[in-house]
Design a protein around this ligand. Structure first.
Ligand code: NAD
Ligand code: IPM
Ligand code: MN
Length: 342
């Protein structure tokens, strides 16, 4: 059990299927640790509708003061052509919390890949604009310090796993990738127990699709990591299963699914809440240091995947039925006198 005096989780349900999967996460948290305070705030399209802004000041202030942030996906086709967009809210939140290290685990059978994605630099945060002649540009920018801190994080994670690190770049074309490769090579002697390889991103996509079991930790820049993490999710059971943890060097982390707001199925109560629930387990582990509860939640999710699969897994269960199977399993564990230890 945690010794923290007051643990405050800020829950940002988000848009589309976000509120549907967030509700299951809230119920699971309440079943596991009712003493944790959960404070709900809008972000994304929901926040634009309520306040005109995708990350209202109140939401940001609450996140900055939280122990950890649990976030649903944002995005709504209604704002696709708008100047103020839901996704700007989450990018601003990631930047404000400096959650530069985005951990995206993809695990199934003999595959166990951890994608470590740089989250607050690169093409998403470089200069954007329109030149006089009408040319539109986004620039990919990295400072060596930004590469160093994410590379060090990835080396340390590799040390805690199978000690293999694949650094993914496009060094045959891009200056930022050549910087990336140089920094990784310069750091490598400090982690002699880690076996490092470099891989070009196009080949990495092919290798992930065909032989994902070859990878342990994969570290890469922001946009490559965005794309490769959807691919890694696809080869390990689908987007409905893939969680993530976005960590800084001390402040609150953001825990959120890899998937988006899924407008194609929103409002029907059929989304798979596993990615959100697994993100909740990552929050318990990395955000609150509650490893026992995290393990209990992971076990309950595994049981529900087998007993109560949702449509994306070939079953018929609704979001709420899946969530109920999880909380039921948690209470069986507790009654069996194995509260969260296993
Ligand atoms: P998406 O991830 O929302 O959906 C892709 C496909 O996967 C869809 O067919 C969807 O139905 C399915 N899917 C996703 N999550 C699922 C779940 N939990 N259960 C069952 N099926 C699921 O990607 P998209 O359609 O390209 O994007 C929709 C919106 O989400 C966009 O506005 C985008 O910007 C946003 N988005 C947000 C985040 C985030 O907030 N972290 C991440 C990705 C995309
Ligand atoms: C993700 C999403 C976001 C990203 C978008 C919605 C800004 O795709 O978290 O993977 O690209 O980071
Ligand atoms: Mn993405």
């Amino acid at each position: 059990m945690s010794t923290a005096s007051r643990e405050l989780v800020v829950l940002l349900p988000g848009d589309g299927i976000g509120p549907e999967v967030a509700e299951q996460a809230r119920l699971a948290l309440a079943a596991l640790a009712p003493e944790i305070v959960v404070d709900v705030h809008p972000i994304g399209a929901a926040a634009i509708r309520a306040t005109g802004r995708p990350l209202p000041d109140e939401t940001l202030a609450a996140c900055l003061a939280a122990s950890a942030v649990l976030k649903g996906p944002v995005g709504d086709p209604e704002f696709d052509a708008a100047d103020v967009r839901p996704e700007q809210g989450m990018l601003a939140l990631r930047a404000a919390l400096d959650t530069y290290a985005n951990l995206r685990p993809a695990v199934l059978d003999h595959v166990d890949v951890l994608i470590v994605r740089e989250l607050v630099g690169g093409l998403y945060f470089g200069e954007h604009g329109v030149r006089e002649d009408g040319t539109v540009y986004d620039t990919c920018e990295y400072h060596p310090r930004q590469v160093e801190r994410i590379a060090r994080r990835a080396f340390r994670l590799a040390q805690s796993r199978n000690r293999r690190l694949t650094s993914v770049d496009k060094a045959n074309v891009l200056e930022t990738s050549r910087l990336w490769r140089r920094v990784v090579n310069e750091l490598a002697p400090e982690y002699p127990d880690v076996q490092v390889e470099h891989m070009l991103v196009d080949n990495a996509a092919m290798q992930l699709a065909t032989t994902p079991e070859q990878f342990d930790v994969l570290v890469t820049e922001n946009m490559f990591g965005d794309i490769l993490s959807d691919l890694a999710a696809a080869v390990t059971g689908g987007l409905g299963l893939a969680p993530s943890a976005s960590l800084s060097d001390g402040g609150p982390g953001i825990f959120e699914p890899v998937h988006g707001s899924a407008p194609d199925i929103a409002g029907r109560g059929i989304a798979n809440p596993t990615a959100m629930l697994r993100s909740t387990a990552l929050l318990l582990e990395h955000g609150l240091g509650r490893s026992d509860e995290a393990a209990a939640l992971e076990r309950a999710i595994e049981a529900a995947i087998v007993s109560t699969p949702t449509q994306d897994l070939g079953g018929t269960a609704t979001t709420a039925e899946f969530g109920a199977a999880v909380t039921e399993q948690l209470s069986i564990d507790e009654r069996a006198g194995a509260p969260y230890g296993g």
